[in-house]
Design a protein around this ligand. Structure first.
Ligand code: NDP
Ligand code: GDR
Length: 377
């Protein structure tokens, strides 16, 4: 019998990579999707097979983390061996606009699944998508022993989900793990997270679809890794003898500004920064011949817009990955520069441009053969 996994948030960045990974391991994969007036399954369309086909291994169920009845019913009907709870209102800035909704989905959603496991008596292992945002204001580097200091409704909700996971492990002997993952990005990253916002805007500027990119705080530091690698760690945590919590990151951090500069530089554009605070701007200092006519020296391509500032910011996240290295053999394989190149190439291609190509080659060389909803690397 193949193992059976249930994924909440299967239509998101991580859910789609995890589904591919588990299918490649021979799992039968079930995912919970939300009803939407437009298609929301673009990230998994390429792996979907009509369930009437005899070789179908991926099955989708309508549901919502706000609805305990349907969550319980799906878990009871599917009888999964492993449950990965990746569903969330996952945008930190949006959580300030929708704090209660975020608490309901991102926090209580975890409880609803754990309760369904407990009440049904199903022997499913549980993975909780915990986040480095829980460390928030705690000094870097952060590890499993660092006290949490959440700085947003999102982070506070994740802290609740973290502790309820630990509590159900201790109280009811459920095999439940927290993966405390630091930021991880990819060509499938949602378009409003800062890395993808930058690479997508860059491509749009180069095809003349957008003039300027507006960003918030350029000086926050993040530990950015490559998402396909991180979903492998989720699975690995559930394959250990004992359930535990692990920090996963690269151990390196960079500012938003560094990401911005590297992305433009890779495309052949040198930026120069002028002004400070809300007056800060990035201008084109030099550019490759191929962009002449599209851009000129001195063009302002980036401006700071306080609309994107957060009421309370998380200034510096950097993972101490000692435990995951020692116990799970974790070794990040993609560098910051490689990640930037992979994402810029993707967005250039998506915008109809010839990609620079290094990012595509890097991805292939790493053995990632992940097919995307738009094209294959
Ligand atoms: P995404 O935002 O890309 O995906 C979130 C998923 O949750 C989507 O499938 C979304 O569905 C689903 N979802 C949202 N609201 C509900 C709801 N009410 N009921 C059911 N499903 C819902 O997130 P990522 O893939 O980047 O992240 C996966 C998880 O890991 C999240 O929990 C996130 O908070 C956490 N995390 C992410 C990190 C990162 O750097 N990416 C780092 C640490 C933790 P739809 O497609 O319909 O919107
Ligand atoms: P984050 O990711 O909040 O770390 O949460 P995001 O990319 O949204 O922000 C990272 C940093 O960039 C700064 N920033 C901007 N952010 C956005 N989104 N848009 C902007 O225009 C902008 N300008 C500057 C932010 O202030 C912040 O400092 C992500 C999510 O995936 C969470 O679900 C996950 O838990 C954490 O990563 C780890």
């Amino acid at each position: 019998m193949p193992k059976r996994a249930l994924i909440t948030g299967i239509t998101g960045q991580d859910g789609s990579y995890l589904a591919e990974f588990l299918l490649s391991k021979g799992y039968e994969v079930h995912g919970i999707i939300r009803r939407s007036s437009t298609f929301n399954t673009q990230r998994i369309d390429h792996i979907y097979v009509d369930p009437h086909e005899p070789n179908a291994k991926l099955f989708l169920h309508y549901g919502d983390l706000s609805d305990p009845g349907v969550i319980t019913e799906i878990i009871y009907n599917v009888q999964p061996d492993e449950i990965y709870n990746l569903g969330a209102q996952s945008h930190v800035k949006v959580s300030f606009d929708m704090p209660e909704y975020t608490g309901n989905i991102t926090g209580l959603g975890a409880l609803r699944i754990l309760e369904a496991i407990r009440r049904s008596g199903i022997k499913a292992k549980y993975y909780q998508a915990s986040s480095s945002e829980m460390f928030g204001g705690a000094p870097a580097p952060q590890n499993e022993k660092t006290p949490f200091y959440p700085r947003s409704p999102y982070a506070a909700s994740k802290v609740y989900a973290y502790w309820i996971t630990v509590n159900y492990r201790e109280a009811y002997n459920i095999f439940a793990c927290n993966g405390i993952l630091f930021n991880h990005e990819s060509p499938r990253r949602g378009e409003t997270f800062v890395t993808r916002k930058i690479t997508r805007a860059l491509a749009h500027i180069l095809v003349g679809k957008q003039k300027k990119l507006f960003l918030g705080n350029l000086y926050a530091k993040r530990d950015w890794g490559y998402a396909p690698e991180y979903v492998e760690m989720m699975w690995l945590m559930l394959q250990q003898d004992k359930p535990d919590d692990y920090v996963v990151g690269t151990g390196e951090s960079h500012t938003i500004k560094e990401f911005l500069v590297k992305a433009f530089e890779y495309a052949g554009i040198e930026l120069e920064f002028k002004g400070q605070g809300t007056e800060e701007k990035a201008l084109v200092k030099s550019l490759d011949k191929q962009w002449e006519g599209v851009l000129r020296i001195g063009d302002i391509v980036v401006e700071v817009d306080p609309r994107y500032f957060r009421p309370t910011e998380v200034e510096h996240l950097q993972a101490d990955i000692t435990k995951a290295k020692e116990k799970l053999g974790w070794q990040p394989r993609t560098t910051f520069e490689e990640l930037v190149k992979i994402m810029v190439d993707y967005d250039m291609k998506l915008a109809g441009l010839e990609p620079i190509g290094e990012g595509i080659r890097i991805n292939l060389a790493k053995g990632f053969d992940y097919t995307d909803h738009t094209y294959s690397f």
